[in-house]
Write a protein that binds this ligand. Structure first.
Ligand code: SF4
Length: 79
């Protein structure tokens, strides 16, 4: 098994994304329902929608803080 961490293909384009280090715990989804979605087998989550407003951005920032795998990333690009 590869230990290389990559940006999951399912992430929508934009500055926030989930990497292959995700363990599928779902905590991000509970913090930002509008922005995360689970894979078909629920083994990982990905960014389904970039934040549409400051409140959603705040939700994602919180999800980043609590993600146990530190796998939600912000590449800093403009949306
Ligand atoms: S909180 Fe992190 S590890 Fe858990 S499902 Fe979300 S992205 Fe994956």
């Amino acid at each position: 098994m590869s230990s290389v961490v990559v940006r999951l293909q399912e992430n929508v384009p934009g500055k926030y994304y989930v990497t292959s280090a995700c363990n599928g715990c779902g905590i991000c989804f509970s913090y930002a329902l509008q922005n995360f979605m689970y894979s078909n087998d629920s083994s990982y989550y990905y960014v389904y929608q970039q934040p549409a407003d400051p409140r959603e951005e705040e939700d994602i920032r919180r999800a980043i803080e609590v993600c146990p795998m530190n796998c939600i990333r912000d590449d800093g690009e403009i949306l």
